[in-house]
Design a protein around this ligand. Sequence first.
Ligand code: FAD
Ligand code: NAI
Length: 330
Amino acid sequence: MTAINPIAIIGTGIAGLSAAQALHAAGHAVQLFDKSRGSGGRMASKRSDVGALDLGAQYFTARDRRFVEVVQQWQTRGWVSEWTPSLYHFDNGQLSASPDEQIRWVGTPRMSAITRAMLGALPVQFSCRITEVFRGEQHWHLQDAEGNSHGPFSHVVVAAPAPQATTLLSSAPKLAGAAASVTMDPTWAVALAFDSPLETKVEGCFVRDNPLDWLARNRSKPGRDTAQDTWVLHASSQWTKQHLDMAKEEVIEQLHGAFAELIGCAVPAPVFSMAHRWLYARPATALQWGALSDADLGLYACGDWCLSGRVEGAWLSGQEAARRLLAHLQ
Ligand code: FAD
Ligand code: NAI
């Protein structure tokens, strides 16, 4: 059966777009909303004077057969490429090479290319923060922060991080309660650019017991042919929580300092720097819910927080929300 009214999807991160694609492929009309100016959520890339920078998700792995297959299709279409960084780890104050066999994927020429391509021509309203999801006699309606209402919709899929999903799920207290029980930890991200390449072989580094927990040479990813040597640094959740309200300039200074101490080569003052705070970067614990649903009401929730806190988990969660919705329509 095809729903007469479109299905509303709140959030154009990979989870929302995964659900949107599955529902669209099954013949249903969808209408997407996002509070941001573009798609991608935590896979968005920031345009800057030194090219596009991946400040959120750095790369992703594909382990589930269904995701492996879809990533292969993305590769054929040119949306993603393998990234084979020269990998290091920093442990006990020691920087060491740490090569492995893991296949790691990135969007090309920037991470946001994936969600942009997935969105294609699907109808979407950007810069539209949904504040309320409510059910009338038979249909769903949405209210946005500007006071506009949208609808009617046959179903609603909430694909926002758990803390933002909680209020949107208030029509189904069980779902709202489940979302409210999920803690999401923050991450400070800093990008730096240098006129001359730093004299190091490091292109990616897992860091332990340090203000940083990851750093990457953004320019080493395929398609990022910038004149400057660009780097992205991620602070650990612990450091971020302790410095949540620190001014951006200070965050840049401190993480630049931590980077300079561990990288093992001279690090000059950057010619460009930027900081971004991800308030809901990752779920504190990995859950195995797949998705949340109240099929009788027609309300669904998906996102990385329902499954593993990674790009793959978010995509699979979107598929699961769509599967449950379609199963109920049959
Ligand atoms: P999101 O991408 O957060 O999408 C949710 C969308 O909902 C957003 O676009 C948001 O604007 C929108 N939204 C929220 N509230 C509303 C509202 N009220 N109205 C309208 N729209 C709304 N994963 C990996 O696999 N590998 C990595 O290397 C990796 N590194 C990461 C590094 C950082 C710093 C961060 C933050 C994340 C990283 N992740 C990584 C995790 C990965 O990015 C996420 O798991 C994945 O992108 C989550 O997708 P999602 O669709 O569930 O949520
Ligand atoms: P993966 O398999 O590359 O990494 C998983 C974990 O294994 C790493 O965090 C690291 O601790 C370890 N590891 C992997 N390869 C290593 C190597 N060569 N040397 C030393 N340690 C190694 O990727 P997966 O499983 O897809 O994980 C995604 C990554 O995204 C993780 O690193 C995770 O921490 C990161 N992430 C970061 C978030 C943030 O807010 N900063 C949010 C969500 C995910």
